[in-house]
Design a protein around this ligand. Structure first.
Ligand SMILES: NC(=O)c1ccc[n+]([C@@H]2O[C@H](COP(=O)([O-])OP(=O)(O)OC[C@H]3O[C@@H](n4cnc5c(N)ncnc54)[C@H](OP(=O)(O)O)[C@@H]3O)[C@@H](O)[C@H]2O)c1
Length: 299
């Protein structure tokens, strides 16, 4: 569904970690309109910027005019409190505006995780709820679900990098062993761009991840190995608030709120349970080892 000039692709979250990197890929095949909150934030000059806020429904109609495909790449995790309510409201506003504008397809990057897990973290539960709300728009929703994105500048990867460099001995909660299937940033972007071209066949969830399963502890060990650092991980049964704050004190305050939600999410296994839908995408995700090597090379 490569779009012509009369039907720009709408990209939200274009100033975010994923959206900023996705924009040049989309521009290769389609004109792109970006919904941004702040006109002063630099954007690729080839993209059209429209000022708007997903929490202000009146601002969405202009952004959606003539759009057939929209990327929903927004989350409210930086708002430390009530992020679930804000995410719900934002998704409802976006779904209503998309429905009104006759948007045909919404592509959304959410989170892996099992809906039937009673201990699903509020963050992951909220990401899944956003997917459900977007589907209510009546548009075909392609919900890609990913775990940690490995790449230079990704909050989760920066947390791993900072911890590994600063702490020769790490006291680690047991859930550092929770299985996870991360994805390299380039693979996540390739999947998101390819979702634009998928033939229409109804809303679907596509779980994406590395071919190998690891854990957050495994990522720390692999990062340390590739950097030639000797690190000792000492497991403890629980992550106390004290330990958690110690970890987060190592990252910038701006990233601490997001980091807190990410750390909470580590309780839940984040693995691909159904690999079949991802086979429709022309992407062979790289291994954990390759993904870390790429991220290190980009530094
Ligand atoms: N990064 C990862 O490791 C990862 C992993 C799995 C899934 N994902 C998913 O990928 C998506 C994008 O994540 P990200 O890491 O790119 O996030 P991010 O870097 O925090 O960016 C969030 C984006 O949302 C925008 N935004 C926030 N509130 C908004 C509002 N009220 N109206 C309009 N825009 C608003 C921000 O714009 P401002 O610049 O104006 O604040 C920013 O562009 C999310 O759905 C996330 O769950 C990310």
């Amino acid at each position: 569904m490569t779009e012509g000039a009369e039907h720009p692709v709408l990209l939200t979250g274009a100033t975010g970690y994923i959206g900023r990197r996705l924009l040049p890929l989309l521009l290769r095949t389609s004109p792109v309109r970006c919904l941004v909150r702040d006109a002063a934030r630099p954007l690729d000059p080839r993209a059209q910027a429209v000022i708007g806020d997903v929490l202000q429904p009146a601002t969405l109609a202009a952004a959606m005019a003539g759009v057939r495909t929209a990327y929903y790449m927004v989350h409210m995790m930086a708002a430390a409190r009530h992020f679930e309510q804000a995410d719900r409201e934002a998704a409802r506003n976006f779904a209503a505006a998309a429905s009104h504008a006759g948007v045909k397809r919404i592509i959304y990057l959410g989170a892996l995780g099992d809906d039937n897990d009673p201990k699903l973290s509020p963050h992951i539960r909220s990401r899944h709820e956003v997917g459900r709300i977007l589907r209510e728009s009546g548009a075909e929703v392609i919900e890609l679900r990913a775990s940690i994105v490995i790449g230079k500048g990704s909050t989760s990867f920066e947390l791993i990098r900072t911890l590994t460099h600063r702490l020769p001995v790490m006291i680690c909660p047991r859930w550092l062993d929770t299985p996870t299937q991360p994805i390299a940033i380039d693979d996540a972007l390739a999947c998101l761009a390819a979702a634009l071209e998928l033939p229409a066949s109804g809303s679907r969830v596509i779980e994406i991840g590395t071919p190998d399963v690891t854990s957050y502890g495994g990522l720390i060990k692999e990062y340390a190995r590739q950097m030639g650092l000797r690190r000792l991980l000492i497991p403890v049964p629980v992550l106390t608030p004290w330990l958690s704050s110690l970890w987060l004190a190592l990252v910038t305050p701006a990233k601490a709120a997001v980091g807190r939600h990410l750390i909470e999410g580590l309780r839940n296994a984040m693995v691909v349970r159904d690999p079949a839908p991802a086979r429709a995408l022309p992407v062979q995700p790289m291994t954990v080892q390759q993904a870390i090597a790429e991220a290190i090379a980009a530094e």
